[in-house]
Design a protein around this ligand. Structure first.
Ligand code: ATP
Ligand code: MG
Length: 655
């Protein structure tokens, strides 16, 4: 079956165009969010429970800082857990499946509340209170979600650090967050291999200047570890004693801090993104209803990790706030085989699924039949985010599963989509290569980054910016660094205080946006400004190519030239040097024909894998540095050093 994908959509929404005359349900919805934000957000705020109603929808008196739902008091854990446990105690809330250890566990809302209260009681016993930080360094196990929700329950600020990070990265984050307590586990598991966490954690605490008072250890029985006397606590023993203890939700001011989280670190030093309570709860509830179209009683499956923003918004808080069961998965998309996710879809009647292009590219190297061996009839749509979704990848997965595939563009900073399609309002059809249109509340603009001039006509390439105030749910500031927040995000466009996404985009005649790459990935070849994304998209369209990275490399003559590194679906295709040359020629001709000779990479080199962050994002900046024989700098988030080494070896002897 072929997925329903847009050829031409009628009538296309163009929410930015004030002169637009066509009618569309989403356009009206969007308009109201921009023209009458007070009534719009008051209505959305009814999706959650408030202990005390707010007096003011948005305090925008101190730009670029915005406070949402001022005077209101609420609690994330109450909205995610208690209110559903009260009405539907036996319904599944958290479904945990691990292909790593071959286990599955279904936890009802009532059980989830009991587990969260027990964990909250443990934190309280250690003196953790409102505003204290708790760092969570955990594999994908239910206790990680309990810990997050327990913090939310008692008003502690959680800071989840991706479990795959090693000591150095962890130590930096310990010093930034200064946690009273750390929650961790003996080990994670990756591709069937046990990865001990405790030695990494102990080393990180040794490296850090800050000393946490306590470490709460969950022992999965995967890897024996040493306990530090007087510091390390045993979760199982405490749980046995405290399960059944009632710990009431702490009602918090809407603008209290719920958590801090670091960006993926694709372009440099990660930033500690700080988020509120009330605005986040409302934004997530609204996005679940209007974007993902997820309904209470159904199952949501996000394949991300709690260490990333997608894990915060759409594994833990979003689905639960919406009263859905959330499926939490430990493992890869291809173990024991590429049917593993789809089997879960069938078994748990998943209606909405959320993954990343990088995972789809992994599946693409497998037999597509694995994807349809199971009954996917419950599934309404697959959402993908985190990276540009190139057309061949989108088409491949849409064809393979026969479902709408919806790209959504956002950032750790925003917490929920900036650009996508609001399927809960109107199931508009996606256009390949475009994440869609601006979401409600986002005043999206394309600007000339040198002059700040708005680029309102279609097909002008510009910096994707958002006008003040950012909608609810977006970052409040950089943790403990208001000045960095203003300087980094709000000061990059001359003459205007707008939020910069640092992504480059264009809008077509129909109001659909296309992301062209990060603003620092724009390359300048003999005076032509090119987005590396455009070239990547073209190269990826070659049938032999599984994925590709294009970077700009300094060139004495042209300023910069593009350099492509491609992973082939079948590596044997380029095994012999003459085959590699022939294939390179084919790809280069393709770029010539589709984009023109200026965009033609100087070389296309074939590699076994590309350097990525642990979240699966391409580290173009590191590739570029290696190509220019520079130090790639802070590689704290690099997944597999072998990938960069291979590029380094290929580029040796070039200048
Ligand atoms: P850092 O900010 O530390 O460099 P990062 O930007 O990779 O890291 P994230 O917040 O995880 O950290 O990623 C957001 C970025 O990912 C966006 O700014 C954009 O560049 C890219 N991105 C996310 N979703 C999409 C998408 N659907 N299409 C294109 N790009 C996307
Ligand atoms: Mg970023």
């Amino acid at each position: 079956m072929r997925a329903k994908f847009a050829r031409r959509v009628a009538p296309p929404p163009n929410p930015n165009d004030k002169e637009m005359t066509m009618t569309s349900r989403y356009v009206d919805f969007y308009r109201r969010s921009i023209d009458d934000p007070d009534s719009f957000w008051t209505e959305q705020a009814r999706l959650i429970d408030w202990e005390r109603p707010f007096d003011q929808v948005c305090d925008a008196s101190h730009p670029p800082f915005a406070r949402w739902f001022v005077g209101g008091r609420t609690n994330l854990c109450h909205n995610a857990v208690d209110r559903h446990a009260a009405r539907r105690p036996a319904d599944p809330a958290l479904i945990w499946a691990s292909s790593e250890v071959g286990q599955e566990r279904v936890i009802s809302f009532a059980e989830l509340q009991a587990e969260v209260e027990a964990m909250a009681a443990m934190l309280r016993e250690q003196g953790v209170g409102v505003g204290d930080r708790v760092l969570i360094y955990m594999p994908m196990i239910p206790e990680a979600a309990f810990a997050m929700l327990a913090c939310a329950r008692i008003g502690a600020i959680h800071s989840v650090v991706f479990g795959g990070f090693a000591s150095h990265a962890l130590a930096n984050r310990i010093d930034d967050a200064e946690p009273v307590l750390i929650v961790s586990a003996d080990a994670g598991s990756r591709n069937g291999k046990v990865v001990p966490y405790k030695p990494l954690l102990d080393e990180a605490i040794r490296l850090a200047a800050h000393r946490p008072a306590a470490v709460l250890m969950v022992d999965r029985g995967l890897s024996p570890f040493e306990r530090v006397e007087g510091r390390d606590l045993d979760y199982a023993a405490l749980r046995a004693r405290l399960l059944g203890t009632r710990v009431a939700c702490e009602w918090l001011p809407s603008d209290a801090i719920s958590y801090t989280l670091y960006t993926s670190g694709t372009t440099g030093r990660p930033k500690g993104v700080q988020r509120d309570v009330g605005g986040y709860a409302v934004a997530l509830a609204a996005s679940m209803a209007h974007i993902y179209d997820g309904r209470a009683g159904e199952t949501f499956f996000s394949t991300s990790d709690i260490g990333w923003v997608v894990g915060h918004s759409y594994i833990v808080y979003g689905p639960l706030i919406a009263g859905m069961a959330t499926l939490m998965y430990e493992g890869t998309p291809v173990s024991p085989d590429a049917a593993v996710w789809w089997k879960l879809v069938e078994r748990h009647r998943v209606t909405v699924m959320f993954s990343a292009p990088t995972a789809v590219r992994v599946l693409k190297k497998q037999d597509p039949a694995c994807l349809t061996r199971h009954d996917l009839s419950s599934l309404r749509a697959l959402f993908l985010a985190g990276e540009p979704l190139d057309e061949p990848t989108a088409r491949w997965i849409a064809d393979a599963i026969g479902k709408p595939v919806i790209d959504n563009y956002w950032q750790t900073e925003t917490g929920w989509p900036i650009l996508t399609l609001a399927r809960g309002i109107e199931p508009a059809e996606p256009k390949f290569g475009s994440p869609g249109v601006p979401m409600f509340g986002y005043r999206v603009r394309l600007l000339d980054e040198r002059t700040g001039e708005p680029l309102d006509e279609p097909r002008r390439k510009g910096l994707l910016a958002i006008e003040f105030p950012l909608p609810p749910g977006c970052m409040q500031t950089v943790w403990r660094d208001d000045e960095r927040f203003v300087r980094t995000y709000w000061s990059s466009v001359p003459g205007r205080q707008v939020y910069s996404t640092f992504d480059w985009a264009l809008r077509d005649e129909d109001g659909y946006y296309f992301i062209l790459g990060r603003s620092d990935d724009v390359i300048n070849v003999a005076g032509h400004r090119l987005g590396t994304r455009e070239i990547e998209e073209c190269v990826a369209g070659h049938p032999a190519v599984a994925e590709v990275a294009v970077v700009g490399v300094a060139d004495a003559l042209k300023g910069q030239v593009a350099m492509a590194f491609a992973v082939l679906k079948d590596p044997a295709r380029a095994a012999a040097p003459e085959d590699a040359l022939a294939l390179e020629g084919e790809i280069l001709r393709r770029v010539d024909q589709q984009l023109g000779a200026v965009a033609r990479p100087s070389r296309v080199r074939f590699v076994g894998l590309l350097p990525k962050t642990r979240s699966g994002k391409l580290l173009r900046r590191a590739i570029q540095a290696v190509c220019e024989h520079r130090d790639p700098g802070d590689l704290i988030t690099l997944d597999d050093p072998a990938a960069l080494q291979q590029i380094h070896d290929l580029m040796k002897g070039t200048s």
